[in-house]
Ligand binder design. Structure first.
Ligand code: FE2
Length: 423
């Protein structure tokens, strides 16, 4: 038997060029787990062929911000009736007393499979490390290893209750890094005082340098215009030079800052070159709860950060948990809501929202060296039942095929509706 040039050959793919869709369809040749050829027509034989039928072929979705440890617990032990972040934290505080390794692993795996079928192959999950046994962290690290052949999972050690709110929390955060968490997290706006919040950001940077980890801090997730920890993160990033390894998640208070302060801050953020994550589904739901009218949207200044050339991605944040009882893990839902909440309705802005759930997320996760549809990169790609990014977001189309590390992982068949005309 002659050796086949490709293990998998995907015919008739519509790809993005540098920024635009190229109208000419191409074939993608995959050998082992790598993309080895992209050309209008590949002649060499392949073990398996797949016809993309001219559909939009994209790099996978990147879920840059989610909490897998709390997913699928909505209503346990009771529903979040006020809809606030703080009732959510209180309910989770009760639910996490009953965590077991099997419970967290089962829910995490269920969501990861749900995400993968919808084209998500890269996930950054925060995991609460305020709980003394670190059960959720151990569960996620085990799952990370178990799914590594089809899913790339990054784990953030997230001190949900604050680093300084209880004497043991600081040590638990460090222990989580010793156990192998990929990223150091923080929650400065939930520390007991402004001073503790500032100290917590400094501590996160120290730990990141000491353990050589990335940083992703829940920052200013509140409507309080006086919550100003983003400037502390920017200052630490400028002084340490860690910029692209640092992410500020949520920063919803930025939407409430006065313009004079915001203008000054944008200059500092330009110098800092950190990443930003907005979570439109959750921000529009949790924030603005203490407003009467006018009622704020509670989302950070996504469009302005993007216009400044800063890296912004969108996350789903929660799926059926104490903070958000809805959600399926579909990143096109996230992008769709981002278009609305951030008023990103220009054509280039809609395309940008697609990038916020794909390539921008990859940059936030520091994955860009091996992300994208290029020869010699790992063959992770999705075939959408869509003609382009705008079409995918508008209709929130299904992902027909998911190819992970060179192998076909899932196939979804579109549902069909028939017009019967009162027959
Ligand atoms: Fe979050």
């Amino acid at each position: 038997m002659p050796l086949k040039a490709y293990d998998l050959l995907i015919r008739h793919s519509k790809l993005l060029g540098t920024t635009q869709l190229t109208e000419q369809l191409v074939d993608i040749g995959i050998k082992d787990d790598l993309i080895v050829a992209i050309a209008p027509t590949l002649e060499e034989p392949a073990a398996t062929e797949l016809d993309a039928q001219g559909l939009f072929v994209s790099p996978p979705f990147v879920e840059s911000h989610i909490h897998l440890d709390s997913a699928l617990t909505a209503g346990e032990p009771h529903w979040n009736e006020s809809g606030t972040l703080f009732e959510g934290i209180q309910i989770w505080g009760e639910r996490k007393q009953n965590l077991t390794l099997a419970d967290v692993k089962a829910r995490t795996l269920a969501i990861l499979k749900q995400q993968a079928t919808q084209g998500v192959l890269f996930v950054r999950s925060h995991v609460d490390v305020s709980e003394p046994q670190l059960i959720a962290l151990r569960a996620l690290l085990e799952v990370k290893e178990e799914v590594k052949d089809w899913m790339n999972l990054q784990v953030v050690a997230f001190p949900q209750d604050g680093i300084y709110s209880k004497p043991e929390n600081e040590a638990l955060l460090e222990k989580a890094l010793e156990f192998g968490a990929d990223v150091v997290g923080g929650i400065p706006h939930y520390e007991l005082t402004r001073e503790d919040g500032v100290r917590s950001v400094h501590r996160v940077f120290e730990l990141a340098q000491q353990y050589d980890r990335l940083i992703d801090i829940h920052c200013d997730e509140i409507d309080d215009e006086q919550s100003r920890f983003l400037e502390v993160i920017a200052a630490c990033a400028i002084r340490t030079g860690l910029g692209s390894r640092v992410t500020a998640s949520h920063t919803t208070a930025f939407g409430s800052y006065n313009n004079a302060y915001a203008y000054k801050l944008i200059g500092f953020l330009q110098r800092a070159q950190i990443n930003f994550i907005a979570n439109p589904l959750i921000n529009i739901t949790l924030q603005g709860r203490t407003d009467t009218y006018p009622k704020r949207r509670g989302v950070t200044r996504v469009k302005e950060l993007w216009q400044q050339g800063l890296n912004v991605s969108f996350g789903h944040d929660c799926i059926q948990d104490p903070w958000y009882s809805l959600g399926t893990g579909n990143m096109l839902d996230v992008a769709f809501m981002g278009v609305h909440v951030c008023q990103m309705t220009g054509r280039t802005e809609i395309d940008a929202c697609y990038e916020m759930v794909t390539s921008n997320g990859a940059k936030t996760l520091n994955l860009q060296a091996d992300y994208g549809l290029e020869v010699s990169k790992t063959a992770n790609l999705i075939i959408l039942d869509a003609s382009d990014r705008y079409d995918a977001i508008r209709r929130r189309t299904i992902v027909r095929d998911v190819i992970s590390q060179g192998k076909l992982l899932t196939r979804t068949t579109p549902g069909t509706t028939e017009w019967l005309g009162f027959q």
